[in-house]
Ligand binder design. Structure first.
Ligand code: NAP
Length: 301
């Protein structure tokens, strides 16, 4: 689909793209660039690309597609570095978990003769770095693209086709709407997980060791989310502040309602909510976004 793809950042998402591009033969040449030499050397050892460059300016030269796969907080700095090295008509995209901030950071730097089409694959794991990637990460997952209303249709269609070849279904969305939806589906769950695991880690000695021992009763499911990359998630909360605060406000009100129901012994209110939330889980399974096996598909408990 592309002659040369430059991947800037080669963590979980960048390396998964490298694997799937190779498998599906989506690029004649993959050039990898990242900040640290250790990471670049590791990517080379894993054979993720064809060429390796510490300098993103050199990496993007001659590329017809550039994919920024760094934490969202540095997308603007990356755009500033590469701006004068981009060929005319290049597709520049990203994979960041927040869209409005990335657009505000990147757009001012890019020349008008390139096509900037922000993107976000709704796929991931709690692991990071170039070793974490695998070719099937994007299979049966959504990828959201948030192009400007006046974006040229052909490059948007081309990027859509690219993600489809990576195994994803693609939805075009307004960036602010994306940020609000992801605040509740992804960002708030991670914040709650970081908070509950943080609370547990502050408990006194004996109780704390029992938290680990008896974690299979629920706690361990939060620890998976709470072990996600700290840099990536720090940037998500700093860059999707308004939408997260909006959803956190609603969450806090609902939590107060639950607190009241428990204090008053209002079993009916509790039962009603717990029955409703079960239905949401059923819908997720029906739409193929999780498997039905107990313990979220783990083979031992
Ligand atoms: P990751 O595994 O932590 O990798 C991040 C990569 O970015 C590393 O290669 C790191 O390089 C590089 N990097 C950091 N700062 C850089 C800079 N200033 N210039 C160039 N490279 C830099 O992260 P990830 O999970 O792949 O996430 C990447 C992006 O995808 C994030 O924006 C995240 O929001 C988004 N995303 C993540 C997930 C997920 O579940 N993880 C899902 C969907 C979207 P060094 O090692 O050289 O420092």
């Amino acid at each position: 689909m592309f002659d040369k793809v430059a991947l800037i950042g080669i963590g979980l998402i960048g390396s998964s793209l490298a694997h799937v591009m190779r498998r599906e033969k989506l690029a004649n040449k993959i050039c990898i660039s990242t900040r640290r030499k250790e990471t670049l050397d590791r990517a080379e050892k894993l054979g993720l690309g064809d060429t390796y460059e510490l300098n993103p300016e050199i990496a993007v030269e001659g590329a017809d597609c550039v994919i920024i796969c760094t934490p969202v907080g540095v997308c603007g700095a990356v755009a500033e570095k590469i701006k004068s090295h981009l060929a005319s008509e290049t597709i520049v995209t990203d994979v960041g978990s927040v869209k409005r901030s990335v657009i505000d950071q990147v757009s001012p730097h890019l020349p008008t003769n390139v096509h900037f089409i922000p993107g976000h694959p709704i796929a991931g794991t709690e692991y990071s770095g170039p070793d974490a990637g695998f070719a099937s990460l994007f299979e049966n997952r959504w990828c959201i693209l948030t192009p400007e209303a006046n974006a040229s249709p052909e490059p948007v269609q081309k990027l859509k086709a690219f993600w489809e070849r990576c195994g994803s279904q693609v939805e075009i969305m307004d960036p602010d709407h994306h940020d609000l939806v992801l605040a509740i589906t992804s960002h708030l769950p991670h914040l709650i997980a970081y908070n509950i695991v943080g609370t547990a880690s502050e408990l006194e000695g004996d109780t704390r060791s029992e938290v680990i021992k008896f974690s299979a009763s629920g706690f361990r499911d939060f620890t998976r989310l709470a072990s996600s990359d700290p840099t990536m998630w720090r940037d998500v909360f700093l860059h999707n502040k308004d939408a997260v605060l909006e959803m956190l406000g609603r969450f806090s009100e609902d939590l107060s309602g639950l607190q009241r129901a428990i204090r008053r012994g209002d079993g009916e209110a509790l039962f009603e909510l717990f029955a409703k939330t079960r239905d949401i889980r059923r819908s997720i399974i029906e739409q193929g976004q999780d498997v039905e096996e107990p313990n979220f598909g783990r083979d031992s408990s």
